[in-house]
Design a protein around this ligand. Structure first.
Ligand code: OOB
Length: 542
């Protein structure tokens, strides 16, 4: 049985195959190509692993999972941080056709619950070093709530029975892979979200593999590539743009950093002679501050290319990179749903500094829509509409949401406001979707509002973005309540619901009522104006 998903129409699927985009090979081909390569594939804080070892360990884990009854059509919930095991597990699951959701390490109870409810996993792979899995309390509850779960493996487990390391070292004579068909779901990506529940994005082998090969070509990754993965390993950007999978495809080396701080990364860059890495804009600011403070960018002398994406990179910040970090900038405007835009390595400075690049495939179809759905000419701002050989056709199990997110011709509306230059480059101008982009980390307003409304004293709540110099945006919750509620208590309330820390509102403002638009929706635009010079909203304390 394979996972249900919205497939591309036949005529486009045929075109994508004819043009050589879809090659009908499973994603494990990325590793098979390097199976006899004795070069180091990845390095984390615990040690290094060659391609041959990665192939062997993922085979062993795949065999161990198979012996425990896992089989094609099953799903898995995985939560691992920036550690080598992430890719041992990823390839092992692909090898036996088990379809994973890779939760971010920052995710907590609410997110894991939501993913498990949606995919009904047979397998859970988690880490004892994560707060939720330090002891068995949450695990026992979780297993009780999700009867589909048949097997659990834990990184750092004490008992052999549930030890991920023990499963990975189970020896076996031979192993034959049985991945899902290349035009079927390989794994789920996580949507940044704009609705109450985090949405899942089915990615097929064919579409994802194409996006990786194309990224490798655009960014010129090869066996000389030494890539630092400083962002969360499960995010689409460091996975595939070109990210770790691009590094593996090219036979290069990936080094895993625990976080994107200058303190951690500069050392790793120097030690491993890293030549490319990917950051979000706030991390760039912090790196520049560190260089100023330490009076030198010496540690970064091996760095040739810095990719920046996930959130809008301001032109002033962009302009400092070449001089102060001492390497080339590449802007990346991508989304877990598919479409990725890059500035090209030989673009002129003006395009690199002032645009977010252009789509990587000649068959990415992209246009700008006005409110009535008409196509707008270059220079005008409207909604981004796109479809193409690696852009998904529907969120998992979400017919109502899909009806809104796609037009009749299968174009996905990402909720971004963009304009196109005369020569086809994209400029991100803003956003329509009800989401806060907190330095690249996405917060769906509705998800947090629903959690706030669970508080007995909260009558109404609205989460909006407020400008922030470092993060680009931070989040502010406007609360309607009959009693005075202190910020720490509100944060505690949200923490008790178990959500990722980055989703906690940075600020709370109590108001008498929430302003409404003429059609009766909460007027978030007006709320956001609170942060501009004059406050039109009558607030009463914080
Ligand atoms: C990446 O993926 P997601 O799924 O976390 O977020 C996608 C959204 C976009 O729709 C856009 O709103 C925003 O993040 N975004 C940018 C941006 N890159 C992403 N906004 C302005 N400028 C940029 N350069 O964030 C992602 C996935 C693959 C590669 C890179 C980023």
């Amino acid at each position: 049985m394979s996972i249900a998903f919205t497939a591309w129409p036949e005529n486009l699927a045929r075109l994508y195959r004819e043009r050589g985009y879809w090659i009908d090979k499973p994603l494990i081909d990325i590793l098979t190509r390097q199976a006899n390569n004795d070069h180091v594939a990845m390095i984390d804080a615990a040690g290094s692993m060659t391609y041959r070892e990665l192939e062997k360990q993922s085979n062993q884990l795949a065999g161990a999972l198979r012996r425990r009854g896992l089989t094609s059509g099953d799903t898995a919930l995985v939560q691992l941080g920036n550690v080598n095991e992430f890719y041992v597990v990823f390839f092992a699951l692909l090898k036996i056709g088990v379809v994973p959701v890779n939760a971010l390490f920052s995710h907590q109870r609410t997110e894991l619950q939501s993913y498990a409810s949606q995919i009904k996993p047979a397998l859970l792979i988690a880490d004892r070093s994560h707060a939720l899995f330090g002891d068995d309390a949450f695990l026992d509850t979780f297993l009780g709530q999700h009867p589909s779960l048949r097997q659990v493996a834990l990184r750092g487990a004490q008992s052999e029975e549930q030890s991920l390391a023990a499963w990975i070292s189970e020896q076996q004579a031979t192993f034959t892979a049985s991945p899902t068909a290349a035009d079927r779901v390989a794994f789920f990506q996580l949507s940044g979200g704009s609705t109450g529940t985090p949405k899942l994005i089915p990615r097929t082998h064919n579409d994802y593999y194409y996006s990786i090969r194309l990224s490798v070509e655009v960014c010129r990754f090869n066996s000389e590539t030494r890539y630092l993965c400083a962002l969360p390993i499960a995010h689409n950007y460091p996975m595939s743009s070109p990210g770790a999978l691009g590094v593996f495809y090219g036979g290069g080396q990936m080094v895993l950093a625990a976080d994107p701080s200058a303190l951690v990364c500069f050392q790793l860059i120097e030690k491993h002679q890293i030549n490319v890495t990917a950051l979000v804009p706030p991390a760039v600011t912090l790196w520049l501050q560190a260089i100023e403070e330490w009076g030198s960018n010496q540690a970064l002398s091996s760095l040739k290319l810095l990719q920046v994406g996930g959130a809008k990179l301001g032109e002033t910040l962009a302009a400092r990179i070449q001089n102060e970090i001492g390497c080339q900038l590449q802007q990346v405007f991508g989304m877990a749903e598919g479409l990725v835009n890059y500035t090209r390595l030989d673009d002129d400075e003006q395009h690199i500094l002032t645009t977010q690049g252009y789509p990587m495939s000649p068959d990415d179809e992209l246009w700008v829509a006005d409110e009535q759905g008409n196509s707008l000419p270059a220079g005008q701002v409207g909604r981004l509409m796109t479809r193409g050989p690696y852009t998904f056709r529907g969120y998992y199990n979400s017919p109502e949401h899909n009806a809104e997110a796609f037009d009749d011709n299968g174009f996905y509306c990402s909720g971004d406001l963009i304009s196109l230059t005369e020569d086809g480059y994209v400029k991100v101008e803003g956003r329509l979707k009800d989401q806060i982009n907190r330095g690249g980390e996405k917060i769906a307003a509705e998800e947090i509002e629903n959690l706030l409304l669970r508080h007995a004293d909260i009558v109404n709540a609205a989460l909006v973005s407020m400008p922030d110099e470092l993060m680009g945006e931070k989040s502010c919750a406007f609360i309607v309540s009959n009693v005075e509620l202190k910020s720490p208590a509100l944060r505690r309330h949200l923490r008790e619901q178990g959500i990722a820390e980055f989703k906690l509102p940075d600020r709370f403002i109590r108001v008498e009522r929430l302003p409404l638009t003429p059609v009766g929706k909460i007027d978030k635009k007006l709320l956001r104006q609170t942060f501009e010079a004059q406050s039109p909203i009558k607030t009463s304390g914080e």
